[in-house]
Design a protein around this ligand. Structure first.
Ligand code: TYM
Length: 337
């Protein structure tokens, strides 16, 4: 039962904060069904990352409910729980242990240069937690513990992946080939879904303007209305052309279309060559709503059976502890601990 079914490991994770979005889906989740055909996949619910910078007391029920919501969504996106490992980060003690060990191989300067840290800390200098700063080291620990070859993420996480590679190389240089160097897998389209009404910024769970974000569990009529109101560009003649500099709105919609329809941007441009924005948006809306309806149908059926979801996590916990302990032990040995 604890054997790895495929040779190379793919690792990915999502924080259980807020509801998952079309950005999460196009950035990584839409490729999970395919990736599991080729790799032994580890799907992590990154709840330790979600603690970051809250500084507030959390309701117990609230967080465990969110975790089960996430597992049901993972399954709805096609993850096969029998042949892959779905687990909750905080249930696997090795993550925090390796995090500490790796922090000795990571520099203050490197962490200070992380774009996400700079963005998140720029608004307030007062309540910046140490966890916000060290978060990429925990992410490196998540990945390196499983001898991961590939990590599927959206573009916003690429810099963190590069840091994980640097930490692994640094450690290997001193102690031999302990870690596999992970490679980043970024979807050719959908790697950075932008806010619908402000395509200069990323679509995010926590956007104050809900019309900027499509949530996977949004009511379908709301999804349609958000897409209808999404910003297109005010150039004339209005053409469906990919040009993120001059046409950020339409380019964003084209990326979403491309990642859901599995067509290249050029194919879609050709398809809508003589169409108006409204007709393009209508077809995009049908595409998004079909996909979201399918996900929701599966989600509500999986979500009803809490015992099944809990069993998946128990099984995942056992496997994740098994693999990660083996690898952590190698690190302990190398460090003479
Ligand atoms: P998180 O929870 O912020 O996002 C989860 C995944 O969704 C992608 N994503 C997007 N992709 C395209 N467009 C968007 N608008 C968009 N918004 C989110 C993210 O790139 C990510 O792939 N630190 C990670 C979670 C994590 C993890 C890991 C990931 C913890 N440990 C190890 C990979 C490997 C995070 O906060 O992702």
């Amino acid at each position: 039962m604890l054997e790895l079914k495929k040779k190379s490991v793919m690792f990915t994770g999502i924080q259980p904060t807020g509801s998952l979005t079309l950005g999460n889906y196009c950035g990584t989740m839409c490729s999970w069904g395919n990736l599991q055909k080729y790799y032994q996949c580890f799907f992590c619910v990154a709840d330790l990352h979600a603690l970051m910078s809250t500084g507030k007391k959390r309701a117990k029920y609230h967080s465990s409910k969110k975790i089960l919501d996430m597992v049901a969504l993972y399954l709805s996106c096609g993850v096969d729980p029998e042949n892959n490992v779905i687990f909750v980060q905080s249930q696997i003690h090795t993550h925090s242990q390796l995090y500490w060990l790796l922090s000795n191989f990571c520099y203050f300067g490197e962490l200070s240069r992380m774009t996400q840290f700079k963005q998140k800390s720029k608004h307030s200098q007062v309540d910046i937690n140490l966890s916000l700063f060290c978060y990429p080291v925990l992410m490196a620990a998540d990945i390196l513990l499983y001898q991961t070859s590939y990590v599927s993420v959206g573009l916003d996480q690429k810099q963190h992946l590069e840091l994980a590679q640097n930490i692994a190389r640094r450690f290997n240089k001193l102690y031999g080939g302990i870690f596999t160097i992970p490679r980043v897998l970024i979807n050719p389209t959908g790697f950075r879904v932008m806010a619908l009404q402000d395509p200069q910024k990323k679509m995010s769970k926590s956007d104050a303007n809900v019309n900027n974000t499509i949530f996977l569990l949004d009511d379908i009529n709301i999804v349609r209305s958000k897409l209808k109101r999404s910003l297109t560009d005010s150039d004339f003649p209005a053409q469906v052309i990919y040009d993120p500099q001059r046409k950020p709105g339409v380019s964003n919609l084209l990326s979403i279309f491309s990642s859901l329809a599995e067509k290249t941007i050029s194919q879609i441009e050709l398809e809508f060559k003589d169409h108006q924005y409204s007709s393009f948006k209508q077809q995009l809306s049908d595409l998004v709503c079909d996909r979201i309806s399918m996900i929701q149908k599966l989600y509500f059926s999986f979500r009803k059976d809490e015992d099944y979801l809990i069993d998946i996590l128990k099984f995942g916990k056992k496997k994740a502890i098994h693999y990660s302990t083996e690898n952590l032990y190698k690190v302990f040995k190398a460090l003479d601990l």
